[in-house]
Design a protein around this ligand. Sequence first.
Ligand SMILES: [Zn+2]
Length: 299
Amino acid sequence: MMFHKWLYSLSIIFITTSASNFSAAGSAVVNKASTNSGDVVSGLKNAYGDIEILNGGPQQGSMILARLKGEGEVFYKQKKLPLTKEGLFVFGVGRDAPSSIELIVKKSNKSNVVPIKVKSREWKIERIDGLPPSKVTPKSKDVLARISREAKLVKSARTLESDSTFFTMAFIMPAEGRISGVYGSQRVLNGQPKRPHYGLDVANKTGTPVIAPANGTVSLTHPDMYYSGGTLVIDHGFGISSTYIHLNSISVKQGQKVLQGDLIGTIGSSGRATGPHLDWRLNWFQTRLDPQLLIGGAN
Ligand SMILES: [Zn+2]
């Protein structure tokens, strides 16, 4: 089906979501370090006792790259975070994260709570009309079963916790084009409020190259999922994965190692898409993060 032929209207207005209600407390204390450079070496460093955050002030949707000084263990939400031999660790906070989160640092039987401020953000509302009704509210049993099967495949790729440390690299944009959609937007499809949009949309012609933004291992490829069409997931280690959807073609195989800049596929409009674009996503396990923050492009 040629969904890119469908005319659609996209109207964007700024709103204050419930999550932004935290901002009264949150933004007042956020310092100038809140602009992420994505560059581990030159990125502004924020110190929190034994913890040093290496990629700028955390905000809703941030992948947080940090270092533990000296020996010890770090926990976030009861999960022990793996450390590289340099003491680096990574985790992420979602779109609706509260204005303060806590890490627990354990050193020789002493346990310390390290509170970390998370800057609240404003989200857009995106209205998209003229989508085929079957792609907005699927009703058929077969389609619903297919959607759930495909969701499980993606979920399991994002459950992987490999010991790769490629998440420490400075990421680059995976495709050239116009930014046509951003992380966190509240979507209203054919007048129906839907889940927020969690990707960064890059619109360009069908066939435009998509490259790996960082080194990794391909953990899932699928030629045509119901919503996401041609779908590809790359594992960057420690639960960080990136996902590429609506692809026209995929040029790598599951299990294949890719280097930053390698061709992984091409832009398309497969699945539920209103036109050819790459939808690029970033995850810490099942927590959806904003890929634009990695390349210093958001806010
Ligand atoms: Zn998208």
